[in-house]
Design a protein. Structure first.
Length: 179
């Protein structure tokens, strides 16, 4: 099995465990995310030397950095950021970009499905309109009521979207001749 495949399997394991934990507890454990980062960075260093270390850290920064703005706006939890950063540490920068995009698409689909299931699509669409209007006027600031600080806010287990993004990327990698 190629080294890339081992790292993708590691990313799949961390993402799927994180997604399941997010569904069951609404939390993604630090021991999973930080542990995943340490294992991924260490393995890349041992296998690939300094360039492997750099690729692992770059993947983590791309993964975590892409969604960090949503954390700053109180629109996404810290566990989600750490989970996608850990995944990025496993797969490196190139596949990390693919996973970020696939996770964002999966998150949008999940949000619409969740709103339909909860029979709240109209409310969700109104809130999206309010957020767009607010951020167009104010910029990158947390909305006073439509954020995770509000106990009444709808919380989506975004770890599931991240797991879906990793599964998509793994299947695409396999389809391109990997694994």
């Amino acid at each position: 099995m190629a080294t890339e495949s081992v790292f993708i399997i590691g990313a799949l394991a961390v993402a799927c465990v994180g997604g399941i934990a997010d569904i069951l507890t609404s939390k993604i454990p630090n021991r999973l995310t930080y542990g995943g980062m340490i294992v991924a960075i260490g393995a890349h260093l041992v296998i690939g030397g300094w360039s492997g270390l750099g690729a692992s850290i770059a993947g983590g920064l791309i993964g975590g950095g892409a969604f960090f703005v949503f954390f700053l706006l109180h629109a996404m939890g810290g566990g989600d950021i750490k989970l996608i950063a850990a995944v990025g540490c496993f797969v490196g920068p190139k596949l990390s970009i693919e996973i970020v995009l696939a996770s964002a698409i999966a998150g949008g689909i999940l949000a619409i499905a969740y709103a339909l299931w909860q029979r709240r699509l109209k409310v969700v669409l109104r809130n999206v309109y309010e957020l767009v209007k607010f951020h167009a006027a104010v910029g990158a600031e947390s909305h006073p009521s439509l954020n995770l600080s509000n106990q009444q806010a709808v919380r989506l287990p975004y770890g599931v979207a991240i797991a879906a993004g990793v599964i998509y990327a793994a299947l695409a990698f396999y389809h391109r001749g990997g694994i």
